[in-house]
Design a protein around this ligand. Structure first.
Ligand SMILES: [Zn+2]
Ligand SMILES: [Zn+2]
Length: 657
């Protein structure tokens, strides 16, 4: 399990809050033992947003038990016991486990079986440490907070089941989850954030606001974009195209599939095979003719054998020879089938576009951009709303440049990120810079150690000089080069990974991409893969939560709705005139010409989170005015029609909220 820390070093790296939460796990175990003294404990690490402890117990713990357990935990915290560390030789620890003392309040009739197993798996020479808080003693490498009283506020959240050591051959344990914070305010804020996140859940709002849908017959993980969701997509693409055009990018288009050999060249096969849809096999018309010939040959060999048999000339050697010839024909038939794969990434196609025209140093940097559609085979259990899908449209581009140009290009990409963050009101972000693992060269990573080190050093240098907020993570690079994942926090403080940047020294070589340098020699360019707006799926999923569905005017699926008070002909005609004027300027404007009362017209528009409502009564008609109502802001009063239209157009153009 990724978040279980195995080695002493890893455990020592606990952050303050993890230390506090892990300490809460010890207190949880103490409390459970006070109620059920027979409980057998396994592992109790901190995890994202909380902690858990795995235990074996005949009684099935349910949320109804939480109050009772929490009351015992409170007593332990109030007692303010010291977390006392005891180091001891392995033999002594083993004997304690035999006596049932570990993960317990004292000696018991049966051994601490999981603790015993854990000690037996600790190498002979390693020091063994125990921690005591009050009556409770546990086998643990630490670290902990000083005293139980340092655990400010906690709450048990849920129960799950888990196999010991994650192996289904082992016994199934109960896993009790909880979370803990320094104080009650932080705990309350956390649960308030979870509540708010539930209300903003992109799957829920996506349905209510009619943005996208999934259909069983289309298939899991394959989103269908309704007109309102498509409107957001189109706006994002417009933004990307304008921004990229201004930054010197050129646009290209490529098909959604390619022959197997392209992906063997790119290395996607085999390095990325698990994430690709299985191949399609097909036979082109030339292949069909050849296949007919081969099958005729096959039939002749069968006839030949029959003839020999009838003549009594069929020897075992001849039979064997004919069998071999036939199986070789069948092999040829099979080889006629060509394999095509749906593309999981756009890069190989773009590399071919680079290669389609002879390039010189004067052509670089070459920035090829495409909102490409990719398909990735995610396990069905991993699929999650728009966040994990099988079909995705990516804000993709590949920048081919010389080593000298790398820094400028890479900085420009980072600046584009910052510009987008500002536009979307993303205040908190971090770039996760993933590097390779030297032990996995040739398996998980392309085998070229010097180039890995050189490229990583270049990226590190730019990140440091640009002053951008980043952290370095070993072992998580892409197979062809170091990678930067961009993590952002939504308005309510939830974290999303929305975009990646990759620096690629491997693929240009594999594709023999070259440019003619000043000195007339051929050189290999570097390639930067970048997708600041990520995929439409993930980015819109993020935006739905970030804005709680209240999109800014320029992104709003329905920017304006006109609501006439009544349905008399002159009023409707006036309304239609305004709608036509706005639509002529590409504003997404609808008209509610129903006979509903104005109150329910407003309620309907508010429910769909329409950005601006123009309410029109007879008085507005006479004055050539409209009454403006903005979602979330209420009635802003009557204004001249031309002023309102001009203001809407100006704000949409400037992408002002
Ligand atoms: Zn511990
Ligand atoms: Zn790429």
């Amino acid at each position: 399990m990724a978040d279980e820390r195995i080695t002493l070093d890893q455990r020592a790296q606990m952050t303050d809050i993890e230390r506090l939460r892990h300490s809460a796990a010890h207190v949880l175990a103490t409390a459970i033992l006070k109620i059920w003294p027979d409980a057998q404990f396994a592992a109790g690490p901190p995890v994202e947003n909380g902690f858990y402890y795995d235990l074996e117990l005949d009684h099935r713990i349910s949320p109804e038990d939480f109050e009772k357990i929490e009351a015992e935990m409170k007593k332990e915290i109030k007692a303010n016991h010291v977390f006392e560390r005891v180091a001891l030789p392995r033999d002594e620890a083993l004997s304690m486990a035999q006596r049932g003392v570990l993960g317990a309040l004292g000696e018991r009739s049966s051994p601490s079986k999981f603790k015993l197993d854990i000690i037996q798996n600790i190498p002979e020479g390693e020091e063994i440490s125990l921690y005591r808080n009050g009556e409770f003693t546990d086998l643990c490498a630490g670290p902990h907070v000083m005293r139980t009283g340092n655990i400010g506020a906690f709450k048990l959240t849920h129960v799950a089941s888990a196999y010991y050591k994650g192996d289904e051959k082992n016994p199934q344990l109960q896993r009790i989850y909880g979370t803990a914070f320094k104080n009650k305010t932080q705990l309350d804020e956390y649960f308030a954030m979870l509540e708010e996140a539930k209300k903003r859940d992109h799957r829920k709002l996506g349905k209510e606001l009619e943005l996208f849908t999934f259909d069983d017959q289309v298939g899991p993980g394959l989103p269908l974009w309704l007109p309102r969701g498509t409107a957001i997509i189109e706006e994002l693409e417009k933004l990307a195209k304008e921004t990229e055009f201004a930054a010197g990018y050129v646009r290209v288009r490529t098909p959604n599939l390619a022959r197997e050999s392209l992906y063997i060249t790119s290395g996607h096969l085999p390095y990325y095979a698990e994430s690709m849809f299985p191949p399609m096999e097909l036979l082109e018309s030339e292949g069909q003719k050849r296949k007919d010939q081969l099958l005729a040959d096959f039939a002749r060999k069968v006839d030949e054998e029959d003839a020999l048999r009838s003549a009594g000339d069929l020897t075992p050697e001849k039979t064997k020879g004919l069998e071999e010839e036939r199986s070789s024909i069948l092999k040829d038939v099979r080889s006629l089938r060509e394999r095509y794969y749906l593309k999981a990434m756009n890069c190989p196609h773009h590399h071919k576009l680079y290669d389609a025209i002879p390039r010189s140093y004067r052509d670089l940097p070459l920035r090829l951009a495409e909102y490409g559609t990719c398909h990735r085979y995610e396990q069905s259990g991993e699929l999650f709303g728009l966040m994990r899908v099988r079909s995705l449209q990516m804000n993709d581009a590949h920048i081919y440049c010389t080593e000298d140009q790398f820094e400028t290009e890479f900085l420009a990409v980072n600046e584009m990120y910052l510009k987008y963050f500002k536009l979307f009101g993303i205040d908190k972000y971090v770039m996760r810079f993933s590097t390779h693992d030297p032990a996995k060269l040739g398996q998980k990573f392309v085998d070229n150690s010097p180039l890995w080190l050189k490229t990583e050093e270049m990226v590190r240098g730019v990140l440091q000089r640009s002053g951008i907020n980043y952290v370095e993570v070993p072992n998580e690079a892409a197979f062809y080069g170091p990678k930067i994942d961009v993590q952002v926090w939504s308005a309510i403080g939830r974290e999303f990974t929305i975009a990646t940047n990759q620096v690629d020294f491997a693929q240009p070589r594999r594709f023999n991409l070259v440019y003619k340098d000043r000195d007339n020699t051929e050189k290999t360019p570097l390639c930067i893969h970048r997708a600041p707006l990520g995929t439409h799926e993930r980015f819109i999923g993020f935006l739905i939560e970030h804005y709680a569905g209240n999109f800014p005017l320029w992104l709003s699926p329905e920017q304006v709705r006109i609501l006439p008070i009544g349905d008399e002909a002159p009023l409707l005609e006036y309304a239609r005139g305004i709608q036509a004027e706005l639509r002529a300027h590409q504003v997404r404007c609808e008209l509610d010409a129903s006979t509903d009362h104005i109150k329910s017209k407003i309620a309907n528009a508010e429910q769909m989170k329409v950005h601006t409502m123009l309410v029109i009564g007879n008085r507005d008609l006479e004055a050539n005015a409209v009454s403006v109502r903005v979602h979330g802001k209420g009635n802003l009063g009557a204004k001249p029609r031309c002023e309102v239209v001009a203001d809407l157009l100006e704000r949409i153009k400037a992408r002002r909220p």
